[in-house]
Ligand binder design. Structure first.
Ligand code: V47
Ligand code: SF4
Length: 390
């Protein structure tokens, strides 16, 4: 991934020469080199293009401009209050219906605090709290949970809940999104993860995630969070029944909101995994499709500073490859504390990686590993080392 200024000039010429045979691609390449925004039609064209190497070159050009070889990771753990849920999304392998709640788990406040305390001796900087939606986990419950976590470990960053939970619990308490978020922020909420976005377009959302908050509501909640100074992430669940048009529509809405608020930190494409859910008959998309999706996202979402590959979901090898297709962040979950993916058939059935392993994985792909906090402040610079791990 190393590029000097001199090499960079050559790379630009090479990029233009590689695209010269195709008028539309050439125009897109010129835009990328000139730091100009591409249109939705152009994003669609890139998705339809059967030319992964050129896509990789374009996306890597942007990644190099923004971050050079710097590749971030974060040490966090997941806290999942419950996997019982009032909704039944077709892609979800993890949740249990209320009628079958005895098959799932429902943690009490004390049990959740035990999970938090079990990390006391570990140098984690973030707790990611997300799970199923159930009436007993309401605004008062989360206020108490966040306050207790902050009282116990004030510096631990709380990245919690999605518009799916917020919408449900605020409605139950007759609170507006703004009122509810202000209360939870006062209790300790620091940022919002990217979940629950799936695909915004109702044509798809109604089929795979009917009943839960709409795409418009997801976006409205994030907009209000940004206005209140709560940063957030955004995801896109791809590779199921959606078409490329739906992915472009999804990213268009994110790009528009980011233009207004600037509150998104990172975009995280999530590959649909097909084990143990109602969409198990659908084949999973190939690694080529994964890389193409990262590249188009990096090229189209010009106002998102970071692009993250969630390695427990796609596996270590694809995570390494993704670094040449625009990705500059590898989610650094240190422990098998989320069941969302292992239950859906992810590559990593036991997704635990030590810091040294993560540094090594990044270094071997030519990256320069940096441990970050949730907001991308650098905590430790590991350089381009390949750690001595077996
Ligand atoms: O919204 C559920 C996805 C999401 C499956 O913000 C599935 O840092 C694939 O959003 N196949 C929740 N995906 C997780 C999430 C997340 C993950 C990592 C980091 C961050 C962050 C956010 O998981 C859900 C849904 O889109 N999901 N089931 C499945 N079978
Ligand atoms: Fe519930 Fe979330 Fe699973 Fe949908 S994806 S069923 S909202 S836990």
């Amino acid at each position: 991934m190393i590029e000097t200024k001199h090499n960079n000039m050559n790379a630009n010429d090479l990029l233009l020469s590689k695209t010269h045979h195709d008028k539309q691609l050439y125009r897109i390449a010129k835009k990328v080199l000139g730091q100009e925004r591409i249109t939705e039609q152009e994003a669609l064209y890139l998705y339809q293009l059967d030319d992964l190497p050129t896509l990789g070159m374009l996306a890597n050009h942007i990644r190099q401009r923004l971050h050079q070889n710097r590749t971030y990771f974060n040490r966090n753990f997941h806290l999942e209050p419950t996997n019982v849920c009032v909704y039944s999304c077709a892609f979800c392998s993890y949740s249990r219906k209320i009628k079958k709640r005895e098959d799932g788990w429902e943690l009490t406040m004390e049990e959740m605090m035990e999970v938090v305390k079990s990390y006391d001796e570990q140098p984690v900087t973030e707790v990611h709290i997300v799970g199923g939606v159930l009436p007993q986990y309401d605004v008062a419950f989360y206020e108490a949970l966040f306050s207790k976590i902050k009282a116990h470990r004030p510096e631990l960053h709380i990245k919690a809940l999605t518009p799916v939970e917020f919408h449900y619990i605020f409605k139950k308490d007759k609170l507006s999104y703004r009122e509810g978020l202000m209360r939870l922020k006062a209790a300790g909420l620091d940022s919002i993860p990217g979940g629950g976005a799936e695909i915004f377009h109702p044509e798809i959302r109604d089929q795979i995630a009917g009943g839960k908050c709409s795409g418009d509501q997801w976006l409205e909640l994030h907009q209000i969070a940004h206005e209140l100074g709560i940063p957030s992430n955004a995801t896109m669940l791809y590779g199921h029944i959606e078409q490329y048009e739906h992915r472009v529509d999804h990213m268009r809405q994110l790009r528009e909101l980011q233009d207004k608020t600037g509150g998104f930190r990172t975009f995280i494409p999530l590959k649909f995994r097909n084990k143990n859910n109602e969409l198990s008959h659908l084949p999973e998309v190939s690694v080529i499709e994964d890389l193409k999706n990262y590249a188009v996202a990096r090229i189209y979402l010009d106002n998102f500073p970071h692009l993250k590959a969630y390695w427990p979901m796609i596996g270590r090898d694809t995570a390494q490859l993704s670094l040449a297709f625009g990705v500059n962040d590898i989610d650094g979950t240190i422990d098998d504390t989320t069941k969302i993916y292992s239950m859906a058939g992810s590559e990593e059935q036991n997704p635990a990686m030590s810091t040294l392993e993560l540094v090594d994985l990044i270094g071997r792909a030519g990256g320069h590993a940096l441990e970050r906090d949730t907001l991308y402040e650098v905590l430790h610079d590991y350089g381009a080392q390949k750690a001595a791990v077996s």
